[in-house]
Write a protein that binds this ligand. Structure first.
Ligand code: GTR
Length: 327
């Protein structure tokens, strides 16, 4: 099991990075995890941030990015960041839903009217508030990254209206909200890590999955599920996390340097993202994927139970109302 071996190696190395805590002048290796391959926009953006950080700290802060799930799946990385065994992780904010509940808000189905609306919200005090709310769970939220819209894709039968998802086994991210969303559609939600989706689609363990074009393409899901239906049901963003345990040992200058570089990597990432969305779509279409324009209104019409279940506290209600009010 290569994954276990790499996890063990990661844990073995875990005591090393912060050996520098008392000797702040020495160089420090900070490790950052991502499940995506080297050429994916999230990985490239963190590498870009790493270059900036290295330069500005005169080589003192050295972020090493481990791509391709080399350090395990998203839940493994989050656990290690919490423990302080890993400095950073770029994960989907859906992976934080059950840990830091306000991260559920930007995943609510059909909440954002457009990419511009999403950006305005994430760049505002609302985005900051959600990032900050993860601190008490042990995470410094450094930045939001784009992840486009997630849409449904199927092996056998194209999804044209919500009636088509009835009884379908649909893979979702490991989040209660993602499960509830598929249940609202009448499907059977099967949560599992991204690394298991290709085989599950191939063997028919699930009938469908949902993701943006770049993930559908880079994880080769298009080879085993060729009907891509533009349901665009959620715009769950990516989140860049730093371990609070490690953060608290850094000088305030280093903290600022990291925060600034993370923030500055956002426009860089957005540009890469836009390019990649187009490229990925072209690749899958060329390979024979059928892109379907479904009756989107039939999907948004059944989502009320998801809001009723998750938008329950005054804070969640306030966040949703403020997001809806952003013009
Ligand atoms: C992708 C996201 C990954 C992962 C994946 C999934 O869009 O970038 O971090 O969460 O979706 O569906 O598991």
């Amino acid at each position: 099991m290569p994954r276990l071996t790499s996890l063990r190696a990661a844990l073995a190395a875990a005591t090393l990075p912060f050996a520098f805590a008392g000797v702040a002048a020495q160089a420090a290796d900070l490790r950052s995890a991502d499940i995506h391959p080297d050429d994916y926009p999230t990985v490239l953006a963190v590498r870009h941030m790493a270059e900036q950080v290295k330069q500005r700290s005169n080589g003192k802060l050295n972020i090493k990015v481990f791509s391709g799930a080399a350090l395990g799946n998203e839940n493994d990385s989050i656990e290690q960041v919490k423990l302080g065994a890993l400095s950073m992780a770029r994960v989907s904010s859906a992976a934080m839903h059950n840990i830091c509940q306000t991260t559920r808000v930007p995943s609510l189905p059909f909440l954002f009217r457009s990419k511009e609306h999403l950006h305005k919200v994430l760049d505002s005090d609302i985005g900051e508030q959600i990032l900050k709310s993860c601190e008490k769970a042990g995470f410094i939220g450094l930045a939001w990254y784009d992840s486009g819209s997630r849409s449904m894709y199927t092996r056998n039968k194209p999804i044209k209206t919500v009636a088509d998802t009835k009884g379908m086994k649909i893979r979702v991210q490991q989040s209660d909200l993602s499960v509830a969303m598929v249940e609202a559609l009448g499907g059977n939600a099967t949560p599992m890590p991204m690394g298991e989706v290709y085989t599950s689609l191939k063997t028919g363990l699930v009938d469908a999955a949902e993701n943006n074009f770049p993930s559908y393409e880079s994880a080769h899901h298009y080879e085993v599920a060729k009907y891509y239906s533009l349901t665009e049901h959620t715009m769950t963003p990516e989140i860049l996390l730093f371990s609070k345990r490690q953060w608290d040992k850094l000088s305030s200058d280093d903290q600022k340097l990291l925060r600034d570089a993370a923030r500055e990597s956002v426009p860089y990432m957005r540009k890469l993202w836009d390019e990649r969305e187009g490229k990925s779509r072209a690749i899958v279409e060329k390979a024979g994927s059928q892109i379907i324009e479904p009756d989107k209104a039939s999907f948004s019409a059944v989502m009320k139970p998801v809001y009723d279940k998750f938008v329950t506290t005054p804070e969640m209600k306030d966040l949703v109302a403020r997001i809806q009010a952003v013009k």
